[in-house]
Design a protein around this ligand. Structure first.
Ligand code: HEC
Length: 271
């Protein structure tokens, strides 16, 4: 690699580590290296819409009226799965659910020891019907790999929703909005059709550099970056849902409440 592209590679890694905002600033095309920076993805249209949304406070995502250009047309259902009318829709188990207004009731998002939702909701019911287990703060396949849950109304599990936000914070600058790729980096929605969870983890952790026609294409190594690695399973489930077609482009319509386990897991990881 020549001196310039080496510097660019280092700069890209540094700016990726420093966060997306700094990265976008730094990668404004100012010179002939522009072609090999992630700028093309940063300039695609829906990005501007997706980024602020991705930074929205976690409190009431589904209640926000604004949508990305490609957001699904389905009307947004009420935000909090624990709301009475949604609990009422659920199967017989709902009858046993505690009243969430009771001050002694378990927290929203709580799980029974076997992983069942204390407050059943469309996402938890779908997960159950798909044979997914809730373990260590998220739905998982029988093999223990993180798995997305997306209802036909595009309500998602907490992890997938968080992954949508985190992807659009940290990955889309290179990989394009909605995991659809850019001229700089591949469409991860395609990659995950064949790449398994462990290979995904290893790639994000160790990074990768490709040289094509004298241009360096750098996938930063995120292994030391807690802002990525503490949420990598969330990012994985979001991209996985894009790869299966379960999740259309744009923002999910709503989500389950975060479980106490997931919250503690993320807090412990971030330290
Ligand atoms: C600075 C730009 C950049 C950022 C930011 C970035 N990537 Fe990449 N990524 C790349 C490039 C370039 C490649 C392809 C390298 C190659 O051609 O082998 C790649 C490849 C990958 C691959 C392998 C895909 C395949 O089909 O082999 C995965 C998985 C991946 N990135 C995940 C992520 C995730 C997850 C994030 C966000 C946490 C992310 N990347 C952020 C540039 C980036």
């Amino acid at each position: 690699m020549n001196k310039f592209s080496k510097r660019l590679a280092v700069a890209l890694m540094a700016c990726a580590a420093a966060g997306t905002a700094a990265c976008q600033e730094q990668s404004k095309p100012e010179d002939k290296a522009a072609a090999s920076t992630p700028a093309p993805a940063a300039e695609t249209k829906s990005e501007a819409a997706a980024t602020p949304a991705a930074e929205a406070p976690a409190a009431a995502p589904a209640a926000e009226p604004e949508k990305t250009a490609e957001a699904p047309a389905a009307p947004a259902p009420e935000a909090a799965p624990a709301q009475p009318q949604q609990v009422a829709q659920a199967e017989p188990a709902a009858a046993a659910a505690p009243n969430p207004d009771d001050p002694n009731a378990p927290e929203a998002g709580s799980r029974k020891p076997d992983g069942d939702a204390v407050y059943p909701n469309p996402v938890s019911e779908l997960a159950k019907s798909e044979g997914l287990k809730f373990e260590d703060g998220r739905y998982r396949t029988k093999d223990g790999d993180p798995a997305p849950v997306v209802t036909k109304d595009y309500m998602v599990d907490w992890g997938t929703w968080n992954g949508f936000r985190r992807y659009h914070d940290a990955c889309h600058v290179c990989h394009g909005p909605n995991a659809l790729g850019s001229t700089f980096a591949p469409a991860l929605a395609e990659s995950l059709k064949t790449m398994d969870y462990n290979e995904f983890l290893a790639t994000v952790s160790s990074g990768r550099v490709a040289n094509r026609g004298g241009t360096e294409y750098v996938m930063p190594a995120f292994g030391e970056d807690k802002n990525i690695m503490c949420y990598i399973d969330d990012i994985y489930t979001y991209i996985k849902a894009r790869s299966t077609g379960a999740m259309p482009a744009g923002r999910p319509n709503g989500r389950e409440d975060i479980s106490p386990e997931a919250k503690k897991g993320a807090d412990d990881c971030m330290g």
